[in-house]
Design a protein around this ligand. Structure first.
Ligand SMILES: Nc1ncnc2c1ncn2[C@@H]1O[C@H](COP(=O)(O)OP(=O)(O)OP(=O)(O)O)[C@@H](O)[C@H]1O
Length: 277
């Protein structure tokens, strides 16, 4: 488990990006950090792998203070995926994926075999192994980014808007495959997005931040949709176009096993249409 206790980040210019954060990110699950631009999501994520230092407070991983660890050692146990993948342009796909195993001094053959296996797991044709990033689509590059973060089998993955730069159809397939992969690998994942649809789809738990780096609510998707905290969260969710539809889909999923009644379904589509009008 990753635990934030009273964590604040104040940048040198005085900006408080994260304000007295208390948050638990449970092991083996996906915790999504969501909120409007500038609310401190990226700062929160990058404090976990110490790309950003905290101003005050404590972050522990499985009870150990991250400041007690050498940053390089710490990062070996933490995969990091960013928007636009951030691949090395002059390295082939297979060498991009094997970056961390090479750094760890793995035998080249073993590193490459692992990279090939990972290409398959993230849904990439291994024929692309010798290509360079510019020869791949945006969605394929994101898959390489995920494979690269998984290469040394870290227990933790930090994902910063990893699927935001691709079109909605590719995005949906990346999300679906990510969920399938996570059900196999069960990493501890902190996932940043500004999109509540994505948060509800992927998160076991959702942490909603408001500008000023204040945690406004931390709940399961169902709790969040059925009982959003008054004030900021209600407004934030209400401002997101698909909220009513999301709520409705959740209700439908919950009752689907009991009675997939056609009358319910038609009432539902009325509601969706009303929500979209
Ligand atoms: N190096 C920095 N120096 C000063 N202020 C910074 C720095 N980096 C970020 N900030 C500020 O800290 C606040 C939080 O930024 P952060 O990038 O964590 O937000 P975010 O929620 O990830 O935003 P976005 O969704 O737009 O990426 C913002 O007001 C931002 O301008």
């Amino acid at each position: 488990m990753i635990k934030f206790e009273g964590v604040t980040k104040r940048y040198p210019d005085g900006t408080v990006a994260v304000d007295d954060l208390n948050l638990e990110i449970p092991s083996g699950q996906i915790t999504v950090l969501v909120g409007p631009s500038g609310c401190g999501k990226t700062t929160t994520l990058r404090m976990i792998n110490r790309l950003i230092d905290t101003t005050s407070g404590t972050i522990t991983i499985d009870g150990e203070d991250i400041r007690a660890k050498d940053p390089s050692d710490l990062r070996r146990g933490i995969g990091y995926v960013i928007q636009h993948a951030g691949l090395f342009p002059h390295r082939t796909i297979i060498d991009n994926i094997a970056t961390v195993p090479y750094l760890l001094g793995w035998d080249k053959k073993k590193a490459r075999a692992t990279a090939m296996e990972l290409m398959e797991r993230v849904g990439l044709d291994t024929k692309m192994a010798k290509r360079y990033p510019f020869q791949l689509s945006g969605g394929q590059q994101q898959r390489v980014g995920v494979a690269r973060a998984l290469a040394a089998d870290p227990p933790i993955m930090l994902m910063d808007e990893p699927f935001s730069a691709v079109d909605p159809i590719v995005r949906k397939s990346l999300q679906d495959e990510f969920l399938r992969l996570q059900s196999e690998v069960q990493k501890t994942i902190a996932f940043v997005t500004h999109d509540i649809d994505e948060a509800v789809k992927l998160g076991h738990r959702i942490a909603v931040f408001q500008v000023g780096g204040v945690l406004a609510q931390h709940a399961t998707p169902d709790e969040l949709l059925s009982h959003p905290a008054e004030g900021f969260v209600t407004e934030f969710l209400g401002g997101q176009k698909g909220l009513k539809r999301l709520r409705f889909n959740r209700e439908l999923e919950a009752t689907a096993d009991d009675e997939p009644a056609p009358s319910t379904a038609s009432g539902a589509s009325d509601e969706v249409e009303a929500a979209e009008r």
